[in-house]
Design a protein around this ligand. Structure first.
Ligand code: C2O
Ligand code: CU
Ligand code: CU
Length: 474
């Protein structure tokens, strides 16, 4: 996109200095990166030009944009993120490096990621969590018990295992009691891990788009949802063209019940994990923190609405809203064959189960108290102790009238069944628990000992107690 998109997108502004301050090539921004991990166009031009004014009420469609990409070089990504209030009103009030969402971190399995977080939030403690990454939860790795006080900095360092799943992840603050406010106010960014998955025939070389979905936020009294900080951006496609979309629900509390008029969403990955084969769907429900990667083939020339459909029971109801506008135009392309077979991860349905546990989600919305197995979060109590190298089966029982997206740090799990119905094979780090339901998952505890958490990813619920501590021991 051109530098002159000023005034059309919301949230923070990108300056050349901010991008360069990470000490890396200033990369990214432009939507269509050619799909190949190494082939990101240098769009430094984007960060020049006039400041982006925080336009608020334009219903769009508005020009597409993506956050700048900070990419690892020679196995190292070394970034600085400053959490700070935004000086101008826009969508959100707090930002990393002045932008909503924050810059996208891109690296590869086996890389080292150094992330220096500076807290200039004035009166708020904060910290950092790398959601979905299979890294150590201890020390200065993904340790959410570590807090960063106002005016202080903390140096995180993550060793990404060489066999880490490539895919779409994200980062956000994890300060209990203030998590909802900080994420809702704009503190969130995407993480993209490149790797072998990108080389599968039918995926390799596809133009790629990242959708960081956020909201609702109140703008001039109106509630808006945004994609990469933009209300209702325009997505351009050619008839027959296949694009790869990375969808990330970075909202604190909202669901995105996604559907594209006249088009099928061909899902290839859930959270950061490849599916064994393409799943062609009309609709994908993404609870808070969930990700989906989909292939979309442009239909006939025309304008189509990418929307979130009406969702939720009486206590959580969200009416339908527009997410983006897809314009299919230009000379038609012969549709490329979609990949049939993707990657089969280990199937846990036959493995030995070391322990079965029941984890019960309950709520008292009046109090309000949100509990797991009757307890609210206490950082000084270990609720669950598991043995490294074992696989456990957890029955996640939601006794309440609200849906709760269950999430566990560090490990991914296989979803076995929902209310007794066997589920298509998928690994996830977040799974939605429908009202009054039972969801069975199997979790292999691999590679890392230490304390971390599992919780409801509706951050309002998490802040009201719906989080537990787990410790993996030798
Ligand atoms: Cu997305 Cu406990 O985190
Ligand atoms: Cu997480
Ligand atoms: Cu919940």
């Amino acid at each position: 996109m051109a530098a002159g998109a000023s005034g059309r997108y919301l949230g923070g502004r990108f300056t050349r200095r901010q991008v360069a301050s990470a000490g890396l090539a200033a990369l990214g921004g432009s939507a269509l990166t050619g799909g190949s991990f190494g082939l990101v166009r240098d769009t430094r031009a984007q960060s020049q030009g006039e400041p982006q004014s925080p336009l608020v009420t334009n219903a769009g469609p508005n020009p597409w944009r993506e956050p700048p990409i900070l990419m690892s070089v020679d196995g190292l990504l070394d970034v600085q993120l400053e959490a700070k209030p935004l000086s101008e009103a826009g969508v959100g009030k707090m930002a990393y490096n002045g932008m909503i969402p924050g810059p996208t971190l891109r690296f590869r399995p086996g890389d080292t990621v150094r992330l220096k977080l500076t807290n200039n939030l004035e009166g708020h403690m904060t910290n950092m969590h790398v959601h979905g990454l299979h890294v150590s939860p201890e020390g200065n790795s993904d340790n959410i018990f570590q807090m960063v006080d106002t005016g202080e900095s903390f140096q995180y360092e993550y060793q990404i295992p060489p066999n880490h799943q490539p895919g779409t992840y994200w980062y956000h603050p994890h300060h209990h009691g203030d998590a909802q406010a900080q994420v809702n106010d704009g503190l969130a960014g995407a993480i993209v891990i490149g790797g072998a998955f990108d080389q599968i025939e039918g995926i390799e070389g596809l133009p790629e788009r990242l959708f960081v979905l956020q909201g609702p936020s109140s703008v001039n009294g109106e509630l808006v949802y945004t994609v990469n900080g933009v209300v209702n951006p325009e997505v351009e496609m050619r008839p027959g063209q296949t694009q790869r979309w990375r969808l990330l629900n970075a909202s604190a509390n909202a669901y995105f019940n996604l559907a594209l008029d006249g088009h099928t969403l061909h899902q290839i990955a859930t959270d950061g994990n490849p599916l064994p084969g393409l799943q062609s769907l009309d609709q994908i429900l993404l609870g808070p923190a969930e990700r989906a990667e989909v292939l979309v083939q442009g239909g006939d020339s025309g304008t189509y609405t990418f929307k979130s459909l009406d969702w939720g029971g009486p206590s959580q109801h969200q009416p339908s809203f527009t997410v983006a506008t897809v314009t299919v135009a230009g000379s038609p392309m012969a549709p490329m064959p979609l990949p049939e077979k993707l990657i089969q991860l280990p199937d846990l349905s036959q493995v030995e189960i070391a322990q079965q546990r029941e984890i019960v989600f309950q709520e008292n919305v009046v109090a309000p108290v949100f509990t797991i197995n009757g307890a609210v979060f206490d950082p000084d109590v270990v609720n669950t102790t598991v043995k490294l190298g074992t696989t456990e089966e957890w029955i996640l029982r939601n006794t309440s009238q609200d849906a709760h997206p269950f999430h566990i740090h560090v490990e991914d799990f296989q979803v076995m069944s929902i209310d007794g119905a066997p589920q298509p094979f998928s690994y996830q780090d977040t799974v939605n628990l429908p009202p009054r339901s039972s969801v069975v998952i199997r979790i292999p505890f691999l590679d890392f000992t230490g304390k971390f958490v599992y919780h409801c990813h509706i951050l309002a619920h998490e802040d009201f107690g719906m989080m537990s501590v787990i410790e993996v021991v030798q």
